[in-house]
Write a protein that binds this ligand. Structure first.
Ligand code: AHR
Length: 522
């Protein structure tokens, strides 16, 4: 047994994995129980709805084809954005949309994406496939997309090869009620200023954003931040480009040097079994691939413990939030696709991976107040996948839909003792869990079982909860790589869950193997 609050150490021995996997011992017949307490009597921080932020980059079919097809397309659309995709995404109550990248943002010139479309320059997307970027989706179209989704705007500025003046003028163009940039905006069809909630001061400044050293990047961040000015009476939340996975030194330098100039500091961590470059298949795998990938995603727990500890040293008041604004599974590109388009199938493994991360975020919700899975449509761990006029919801989509009641709920601390799941060299907690009191007053409990072979009994005592009944949904499938296709779009879809009951002040759940469960207590 292990305590999920204890620092978790993954044993990842990539080269030995296939050999050891063959030697894995058969699963015991009886599964150990997971136990814990939901402490509704000592409620924690808010589980910010912004933890469900989505990210849409000019990358492959992430924007063009996936979201934007143009007004003249035979695919039904509103102002160029396809109605099927927007309709599905609205089910997720997308709180915030991050755009235009990613690495794309590091060399984006906002002036090329405004004005008559026919006059906009066609550029080469040098980061992603070397394909033509028509600039048909620019600032006005982004705000139209955010409007259709009902999402707040999060724009990543170009610190990579841009100037502070360009960023400042972009922000002025978007937000100013007066002046010649506001006049230009009006001439381009938008009289009223937009509301810009978040501005990212660059992206991955340690890599595609300029290959900077932390000390230099922190100074550059101070400089750019100086010129990002919100009109009187408004606020733009500034998010600095943070660390790459385990680089806590980057976090330390930024907190030391730049913390007074920022509101949030980002962290990017992708679950990449076997490390960079992504090499394992998104869809063609058995238990070894399942365990390897989930063990990589459990690293998020350790990373958040480490980065938040550094932030606590400099900011015990937790004013600066940690924005994990890129996370998710990254696999080898699907065979036959452009490797620069980052297209990957999405399976039950990704659903469980998403649930594990969303549960981990609850434990750090006092500091982690925004996260963005990468990416929303057709790229990496997407919510929906399209092909021409077809669209399918992925297993990950369904997890995000199941977690909607978590948005702005109050975290109820949950100490969980769970058995391990072990396969070959990979050992990790079998069960993950999180609980909130939703904004509707009900208690919601989210659980994952990463063991693909065994159902696991879970027994949670309820401190400070008065409940008479429990209902819920389960997401599972007939194989570790079960997935949805255009021909079979509901192969992995939520179903009513009858495996939970309340008894003598306890919540008793039988977690099916390889599943995500969301429960509502009445
Ligand atoms: O999400 C794909 C890429 O991953 C982003 O463009 C970049 O920020 C990260 O390296």
């Amino acid at each position: 047994m292990r305590s999920a609050t204890r620092r978790w150490k993954a044993v990842v021995t990539a080269c030995l994995a296939p050999v050891l996997a063959l030697m894995a011992s058969p699963a015991p017949l009886t599964a150990q129980e997971a136990t814990g307490t939901i402490r509704a009597d000592t409620p924690g921080p808010v589980y910010s709805r912004r933890i469900f932020t989505q990210f849409a980059e000019h990358l492959g079919y992430g924007i063009y084809g996936g979201l934007y097809v143009g007004e003249d397309s035979p695919i039904p659309n509103v102002n160029g954005f396809r109605s099927d995709v927007i309709g599905a995404l609205r089910e997720l109550r997308v709180p915030v949309l991050r755009w235009p990248g990613g690495c794309f943002a590091d060399e984006y010139n906002w002036r090329e994406g405004i004005g008559p479309k026919a006059d906009r320059p066609v550029k080469i997307n040098t980061h992603w496939g070397g394909v033509e970027e028509p600039n048909a989706v620019g600032t006005h179209e982004f705000f139209e997309l955010a409007r259709q989704l009902g999402a707040e705007a999060f724009i990543s500025g170009n610190v990579g090869n841009g100037t502070p003046r360009e960023s400042a003028e972009w922000v002025e163009y978007i937000t100013s009620p007066a002046g010649s940039l506001a006049q230009m905006r009006a001439e381009n069809g938008r009289e009223e200023p937009w509301t810009l909630e978040f501005f990212g001061i660059g992206n991955e400044l340690w890599g595609c954003g300029g290959n900077m050293r932390a000390e230099y990047a922190a100074d550059v961040t101070r400089r750019f931040s100086t010129f990002i000015k919100a009109p009187a009476g408004t606020k733009i939340t500034k998010i600095a480009a943070g660390a790459n996975s385990g680089d806590t030194e980057w976090t330390r330098v930024f907190m030391d040097v730049a913390r007074d100039h920022i509101d949030g500091l980002s962290l990017h961590y992708y679950s990449i079994a076997g490390g960079w470059p992504p090499s394992i298949s998104a869809t063609d795998f058995a238990e070894e691939g399942w365990a390897h990938q989930l063990s990589a995603t459990w690293q998020m727990d350790r990373l958040l413990a480490e980065h938040t500890a550094v932030m606590d040293e400099y900011d015990p008041e937790k004013r600066v939030f940690l924005a994990v604004d890129e996370w998710g599974a990254w696999y080898a590109p699907d065979p036959g696709t452009n490797p620069g388009f980052l297209q990957q199938g999405n399976t039950l493994r990704d659903a469980v991976l998403a649930g594990i991360n969303l549960n981990i975020f609850a434990r750090y919700a006092d500091r982690v107040r925004l996260t963005a899975i990468a990416q929303m449509v057709n790229v990496l761990q997407a919510m929906v996948i399209t092909d021409g006029p077809q669209m399918v919801r992925t297993p990950t989509f369904h997890v995000f839909a199941m977690y909607v009641p978590f948005q702005d709920g109050t975290v109820l601390p949950l100490d969980l003792n769970t058995p391990d799941y072990t396969f070959g060299p990979y050992t990790m907690p079998a069960v993950s869990a999180a609980a909130v009191r939703g904004t509707d007053g009900h208690v919601y409990v989210a659980l994952t079982n990463g063991d693909p072979n065994r159902a696991i009994p879970v027994s949670l005592s309820l401190a400070g909860v008065t409940a008479h009944s429990v209902s819920g949904q389960v997401l599972t499938g007939d194989a570790v790589n079960a997935r949805n296709s255009f021909a079979d779009p509901d192969a992995v879809a939520p179903a009513p869950f009858g495996g939970a009951r309340l008894a003598e002040g306890r919540l008793e759940v039988t977690m099916p193997a390889k599943s995500v469960v969301m429960l509502k207590l009445d």
